[in-house]
Write a protein that binds this ligand. Structure first.
Ligand SMILES: [Zn+2]
Length: 64
């Protein structure tokens, strides 16, 4: 495919680039990025969405 992937360790976003010389996150400009070799790592290695659902759960608990 010729596409390189990186993960920003600060904003947890995935960075896709056609070159392998990415040195900073294009979203938050952080240099704390990590090269990704296996796309499955993203699917199994992150759980940041749990933060949102936990917030909703707490909100429901207040109403109950
Ligand atoms: Zn970032």
């Amino acid at each position: 495919m010729g596409t390189y992937e990186y993960l920003c360790l600060d904003c947890k976003k995935r960075i896709e680039s056609k070159t392998n010389d990415v040195t900073f996150c294009e979203f938050c400009k952080s240099e704390n990025i990590k090269r990704i070799w296996n796309t499955n790592f993203i699917l199994t290695g992150t759980g940041f969405y749990k933060t949102d659902s936990r917030g909703k759960t707490n909100d429901d608990a207040v109403h109950m």
